[in-house]
Structures are given as C-alpha cells and as structure tokens.
Design a protein around this ligand. Structure first.
Ligand code: PA5
Length: 451
C-alpha cells in the first residue's frame, strides 16, 4: 500500500476530484508517452526502473566503497552541482542517523569564502572526496575538485589520497572518467540514459547516502514500489502520481503559475531544493510552466506567510506533512503560565506542529491559495525513496501535459557560454571582446555611485 496519502479537500473549488477524473485520457497519453519512450527526451528514461538502474551487484559495490571510505576517513566531501549533488544532500540531511560521519559539500558555488572555510574546517580531519560530474567539465565542481584534491594529497600523501577519492562520472567518456582512470581512483558509473536531476537513486546519490549510514536498499525498495504502483493504476483518483500531475496542470491553466512546496520539518530543506531543480529545470521552457518555489514552516509563516495569505493570487501550495509516528515525543512541560501556554502543557510538539499545518492549509485556502497535502506516515529510507520517485515520475508526466521536453536543459548553457568567454577558456574566445565590452561599458547613467 502506498505510504503517500493525498489530501485534496483544499483544492476545491479550483480543482475537484471530478475535474481530475476527467483528465484520465490525457494522463493516460502522457503516461504512455513516458513509458513507451515516444516523447521528447526519451533517451533519458533510465531512472524509470529503479532496480534496473542500480542492480544488486552495483548496490553491493556502492555499500563496499562506502564502508571502506568510512574506515579511512572522518568526513566525506561531495563535490558536484545541480543534479550531481542535490539528491544526495536531500536524503543525507533528512535521514542521516545521529553519530554518522558528516557529509560536506563543495563545488555547488564559486564562492572563495565558502571554499576557504570548508578547507579550514577540514584541517586535521581525514577527508575523503566523492567528485560527481556526468560531463566531467562543469566549472564549479572542477574548480572545487582541484582545490580539495590538492588539500587531501597534501594531508594524506599522494599515494594514500588515491584510495580517498572516488569519481562518479560517465561510464566511458569525458574528462573526469579519463582523469580518474589515469590516477587510479575508484569510479562509479553514471548511465547515459540518466540525467542529473533524475539521478538521486543512481550511484550519484547512493554513495554519499550510504556513507552517511542510510539504508540504500530500503530507499531503492520504496522507489521501486512507487514505480510499480504508478504504472499499474490508470485511474488518477487512485494513482497519486497522476492526481498530482493533473492538479498542477489544471491549476496552471487557471493562471496559478507558482507552486509553493511547503514543509513543516527543517530537515526537509534540501528535499525542497532538490524538488525545485527537478521541476524548474524539467519544465521551465518555451516561456511557460509553473515556477517552483519553497517555504519552510512555521519559520516562513512569519515572513512569506503574509504574501501567501494576501499577496497576488497566482500561487498554489503543496504541503509535505510527516505524521509523527517516529518523531521524538516532546511534551510541553508544566510551568508558570506567564507565557500563556498552560493550555498546551502535556501536548507533544508534533501535535502543535500538526495544528500549525492544518491552520495554515485552511487559512491559505480561505485566502485564495488552493492547496493539497502529501502526507507520509514517517520519514525513513523507504518512505523517502517512495516520495523521491513520486516526484520524479510526476515531473515528466506534468511536463508532457505542458508540452515541453522534461529531460533537457538548454537554457543552462547561456551563462556558461558567457562565463567561458569572459574567462577566456580556449576555444570559447569568439565572444570575449564583445562580452568584456558589454560588461565593462554600462550604458550612460546605468551604473550609479552614491555619495
Ligand atoms: O540536472 C542536470 O542535468 C544538471 O543539474 C547537472 O546535474 C549539473 O549541471 C551538473 O552537471 P555535471 O554532472 O555534468 O557536472
């Protein structure tokens, strides 16, 4: 049985179960397009079958490498950007057990301060590196890998460093594959048919997740169960993947062009970030699509809550709610009633957080924000695997309904081309002069200095 329950009461009157049911044939078309590979980007569907993407032998190899790295190191630094790091971070930050060796992150920005602080924090620690890049040429992780590799080699010695570095990259080609082979690093493959943002359940995500002591078999099992359920049920009222994809589409067509994913659990911060990349990069094309944004409640109820309640009406909201099954029982102590909390004495914090969720969902509905809640009984490797796959599966179905290729990201190249030209990367200098001129010569009056 699906661990995901979908509460749709606050979608009405904008979207009703009857309207979703009426989408059945469009959804069937989108689902078939995905499954049969007849749509745009069909070559990137390797993640569809989680157990086929990572078989038992690969899973065992990942577990072996993770446990070997744990013996050799105090911390693992994952070097990657976008789809090559967000999935791992989402799972590690949500599930890492207490006492697990820390996983740190590099190469997801070009900040000198960030990387200097990271290097300083690694001083005296035995650090292992997992450099993750499908192309092997992405600037941010390549820069960070140089910096961190030099540090690890200095600290451990060049020979010992080889055993501390694992490269996850294209199975056969690319700069990183070549370099790793030349250096004698251990490697894990990224299949041709798996794009970055669909790679969390591939070796890309699984090595750091296993290093952090999280059960990657349960994660894969949850994903595989979601895959089976999503494929076997054509009725959108019984299939939450189809229901969610239809809802986004119906709301978008009514002018709701921003989806806000809201969690009441801070350890889901990077799940929200991962989700934004998944939907933003998959659907944001041809000057259309729902803009994915996120908030963390109750924190953001005291900042963005005002806009959500009364700002421009273009938003819909998806709440992620974790039932308190496995959460710590933290009853509010009895005490002086100066804080006027006597009426809550003895109540567990989970119940107070639940009340905040219900109150928010109601208030936002009344304020004109249609919302639905995805509810999980607990947050563990199985349910998170299920949820990750739920979003991965809903995303291309939603994208096909929207009329875009959900597997490419041509827009990401624009800034890269400019940056390569400005940095005078060999082979990319054709536009260098024009860009330096444009960057250096702001039109009259547009660069304003204040006294
Ligand atoms: O989802 C994607 O395809 C991107 O976010 C990539 O993962 C990201 O740009 C990093 O690319 P690479 O793994 O080639 O370094």
């Amino acid at each position: 049985m699906s661990p995901i329950t979908l509460d749709a009461a606050h979608l009405a009157p904008d979207v009703t179960p009857e309207q979703v049911a009426a989408q059945r044939s469009r959804l069937g078309w989108a689902q078939q397009t995905l499954l049969e590979g007849t749509g745009a980007g069909a070559a990137f569907r390797g993640w569809l079958d989680p157990a086929g993407m990572v078989d038992d032998a690969t899973l065992a190899e990942i577990e072996d490498i993770a446990s070997d790295l744990r013996e050799r190191s105090d911390t693992l630094v994952v070097i990657g950007i976008g789809g090559s790091y967000l999935g791992a971070r989402a799972v590690v930050e949500a599930l890492a057990p207490a006492g697990a060796p820390p996983v740190l992150y590099a190469g997801q920005n070009l900040s000198a301060r960030y990387h200097a602080d990271l290097l300083a924090s690694m001083a005296g620690k035995r650090a292992a590196l997992n450099v993750v890049s499908k192309s092997g040429t992405t600037t941010e992780p390549a820069v960070a890998f140089r910096l961190l590799r030099a540090h690890v080699e200095r600290q451990a010695g060049a020979e010992a460093a080889r055993a501390l570095i694992v490269a996850t990259t294209d199975a056969n080609k690319g700069a990183l594959r070549q370099f790793a082979t030349g250096q004698g690093y251990r490697t894990l493959p990224i299949a041709d048919d798996v794009g970055g943002r669909y790679s969390v359940l591939s070796p890309v995500g699984l090595l750091p997740i296993a290093y952090a002591g999280i059960d990657i078999r349960a994660l894969r099992e949850g994903a595989a169960d979601c895959a089976a359920a999503a494929t076997s049920e054509p009725d959108p009222l019984k299939n939450p993947v189809l229901f969610y994809a239809a809802t986004r589409n119906l709301l978008y067509n009514q002018g709701y062009c921003v989806e806000v994913l809201a969690a009441f659990e801070p350890r889901l911060h990077y799940l929200l970030e991962w989700w934004k990349q998944l939907f933003g990069e998959s659907e944001g094309k041809d000057h259309m699509a729902v803009y994915p944004s996120s908030v963390e409640f109750t924190t953001d109820l005291h900042s963005m809550g005002q806009y959500l309640q009364q700002g421009r009406r273009m938003l819909f909201e998806t709440f992620l709610h974790i039932d308190g099954e496995d959460e710590p029982v933290l009853p509010l102590p009895e005490g002086d009633d100066a804080d006027e909390l006597g009426y809550l004495a003895g109540q567990p914090l989970t119940a107070i957080n639940d009340a905040a969720h219900q109150a928010t969902a109601l208030a936002h509905r009344e304020g004109g924000v249609p919302n639905l809640t995805l509810r999980l009984p607990r947050l563990d490797a199985y349910t998170l695997g299920y949820l990750l796959y739920f979003f991965e599966r809903a995303c291309p179905i939603s994208g096909y309904l929207m009329g875009v290729n959900p597997f490419d990201q041509p827009g990401v190249e624009a800034y890269k081309k400019n940056m390569f030209a400005l940095l005078e990367k060999p082979g990319h200098t054709e536009q260098t002069g024009r860009l330096h001129a444009a960057a250096g010569h702001a039109p009259e009056g547009s660069r304003i200095r204040f006294p």
